[in-house]
Design a protein around this ligand. Structure first.
Ligand code: ACO
Length: 467
C-alpha cells in the first residue's frame, strides 16, 4: 500500500467518530474515549456551515494537522477542505529541534544556546558540530571534527578544470551553486542517504569544501591562480588564505579579521525554516543526494529577498551615497518605489539579534581596515528609519544583511562574493535540516497542493480553427 493510501486509511479509522452527543460531530480522537474526555481540551472544534457538520481536531504543539481538514466535505466525491497558505506564512512543514526563533522578542537560539553566547565563546566549527549533532562537542569530539573537516578541504583536480570552464566574469554564486551540484558526480555513493556513516562522510565533505569552492570561484573571477587549502590554518583563516594569498610562502591571516569572519559564519549557520532550508528539505525529501539538495538550497539563497540581500544593501548604500540623500530615499521607500534592503524580515518583528552582534564586529574590523564610508550612511539610515512611523508601524528593523555587507566590503570581499559567504556559513544548517528531515518518520516527499482555477476541460482545437 502506498504511503498516502496507508495514511488515508489511518485517517478514515481515526476519524468520523462522534465527539459527543451531537450526532453530526466528528473527531480525530481515538474511537472510545472515556466519557469525561470525550471532547478533549486540546482540540479544535470546527463547524462547516455548508453542511452543519462539526469536527473536533486534535491540537498538538499548538498545531492542527492540515490533513485532518480533508474530512470536511460537502459530498462523498468532494476532495475535502485544503488550507491555502502561499509563502507558508502559517504552515509548519516539519517538527524541528535545531533552531528556535522568537521573532517578536528578537530571540535566536541554536539547540537552545543563545546566539550571542555562541558568537562570544565558540568557533564556527564548534557551532557547526552543535547544530548537526545537537550537543556542544567535548574536547576530543571537537578535535576529531576539526581534523575531519580540515582533511576534506581539497577538491578533485577535475573540479578545478570544471570551474575553469566558467566565463571570466561569471558570478561566483552561479559558479558555487553549479560546482556544488557537480560534486554529486564525483561522489556517487552519496545517493545512499539511508546509510548514516555515508551521510556523515558527505557532511564532512560539504562543510570542508564549500570554502574551497567559494575561494576558487573568487580567484577565477579575478583571473588569479587557485590557492590550495592550508591545513595549519583555522577554517576561516584557511579561507582567507585561499582567497587572498599572493606570493607569500605562508599566509598569515589577521587574527581580528579571521575571528570576525568566523563569527559572521556562526551568525549565518542556521535560521530554521527559511526559503533555502525549505528548499534543502524539499529537494532532500525526494531522496536526491546532499550535493544536489545543497545546490538547490544555495540557489534559493541567491535571490535578493533572501541571501542576495546583502549584495543589494551595498548597491543601495552606494546609490544613496551621502547622508544628505537619505530623507529623499526614505520618501521613495514609503511611496513603495523601492524597498529598504536589509530591513524587514518574515519572522523578526523586532531587532534581528544577529544585526546587533554584527554591529559590534564592525567596530573591531574597521579598527584594522579603516572605516568604511558607507557605514555613516547605514547608521544614519537606520536612525531615521527606526524613528519613522512607516517603519515602526510595519515593524521593519535592520536584519542580518544590513551591516554584514559593509564589513565584508571593508575586509576586501567583492560584493558578488557576499551571498557565497552566506552560503558557507549556512552549510551546517542546511545539512542539519536535511538529516533531521531524513530521520523524521512523519516526513514524505514534499508535494504541495494547489487550487486549480484554470479551464476545466475542453476539446482540442486544430490549428486552422484557432483564433
Ligand atoms: N522596505 C520597505 N517596506 C517593506 C520592506 C522593506 N525592506 N519589507 C517589507 N515592507 C513592507 C511591505 O511593503 C508591506 O507593506 P504593506 O503592508 O503596506 O503593503 C509590509 O512591509 C509587509 O511586507 P511583505 O513583503 O509582505 O513581508 P514579507 O514577510 O513577505 O517579506 C522580506 C519579508 C522579503 C524580508 C521583506 O521584508 C523584504 O523584502 N526585505 C528587503 C530584503 C531583505 O533585506 N531581505 C533579507 C531578509 S534576511 C535573510 O534572508 C537573511
Amino acid at each position: 500500500m502506498s504511503a498516502i493510501l496507508a495514511l488515508e486509511a489511518k485517517m478514515a479509522k481515526e476519524t468520523l467518530v462522534p465527539a459527543d452527543d451531537r450526532s453530526d460531530t466528528f473527531t480525530t480522537e481515538p474511537a472510545t474515549p472515556a466519557p469525561e474526555a470525550r471532547v478533549a481540551k486540546d482540540t479544535l472544534t470546527i463547524t462547516d456551515n455548508r453542511t452543519g457538520r462539526t469536527f473536533d481536531f486534535k491540537i498538538e504543539h499548538g498545531t492542527v494537522r492540515a490533513l485532518d481538514f480533508r474530512q470536511i466535505k460537502t459530498h462523498d466525491d468532494d476532495f475535502g477542505l485544503m488550507l491555502y497558505d502561499p509563502g507558508f506564512g502559517n504552515t509548519a512543514h516539519c517538527k524541528s529541534a535545531i533552531t528556535f526563533i522568537d521573532g517578536e522578542k528578537g530571540i535566536l537560539r541554536y539547540r537552545g544556546y543563545p546566539i550571542d553566547q555562541l558568537a562570544e565563546n565558540c568557533s564556527f566549527l564548534e557551532t557547526s558540530y552543535l547544530i548537526i549533532y545537537g550537543e556542544l562537542p567535548t574536547k576530543e569530539q571537537l578535535d576529531q571534527w576539526v581534523f575531519d573537516i580540515t582533511h576534506h578541504t581539497f577538491v578533485h583536480e577535475n573540479v578545478k578544470k570544471f570551474m575553469d570552464g566558467f566565463r571570466y566574469n561569471a558570478h561566483p554564486m552561479g559558479v558555487f551553486i553549479s560546482t556544488l551540484a557537480a560534486l554529486s558526480t564525483f561522489y556517487p555513493e552519496a545517493k545512499q542517504i539511508g546509510d548514516a556513516s555515508c551521510r556523515k562522510h558527505q557532511v564532512h565533505r560539504l562543510i570542508a569544501k564549500t570554502p574551497t569552492i567559494a575561494a576558487f570561484a573568487f580567484r577565477h573571477m579575478r583571473g588569479m591562480p587557485y590557492v590550495y587549502p592550508d591545513n595549519d590554518l583555522s577554517y576561516a583563516g584557511n579561507f582567507l588564505n585561499m582567497l587572498f594569498r599572493v606570493t607569500e610562502p605562508k599566509y598569515e591571516p589577521n587574527p581580528v579579521l579571521e575571528r570576525a569572519l568566523d563569527v559572521l559564519f556562526i551568525l549565518h549557520a542556521d535560521h530554521e525554516q527559511n526559503c533555502s532550508a525549505a528548499a534543502m528539505r524539499g529537494i532532500g525529501s525526494s531522496h536526491a543526494d546532499p550535493y544536489c539538495a545543497m545546490a538547490g538550497a544555495a540557489a534559493a539563497l541567491y535571490g535578493p529577498l533572501h541571501g542576495g540581500a546583502n549584495e543589494k544593501v551595498l548597491s543601495m548604500l552606494r546609490e544613496i551615497g551621502d547622508v544628505k540623500a537619505i530623507p529623499e530615499y526614505i520618501k521613495r521607500v514609503k511611496n513603495k518605489e523601492v524597498r529598504l534592503m536589509g530591513f524587514g524580515h518574515r519572522v523578526y518583528k523586532n531587532y534581528d539579534p544577529r544585526a546587533r552582534i554584527i554591529k559590534k564586529i564592525a567596530d573591531d574590523v574597521f579598527e584594522v581596515t579603516g572605516r568604511n564610508p558607507l557605514l555613516d550612511v547605514a547608521l544614519e539610515l537606520e536612525r531615521i528609519a527606526l524613528e519613522d512611523d512607516y517603519f515602526v508601524s510595519h515593524k521593519l528593523y535592520p536584519n542580518v544583511d544590513f551591516y554584514s555587507g559593509i564589513i565584508y566590503q571593508a575586509m576586501g570581499f567583492p560584493v558578488e562574493l557576499f551571498p557565497v559567504l552566506f552560503a558557507i556559513g549556512r552549510s551546517p544548517g542546511w545539512l542539519a535540516q536535511w538529516e533531521e528531515m531524513l530521520d523524521d518518520p512523519d516526513q514524505r516527499i514534499a508535494r504541495p497542493r494547489q487550487i486549480f482555477l484554470g479551464v476545466n476541460e475542453r476539446d482540442f482545437v486544430p490549428m486552422e480553427q484557432r483564433k
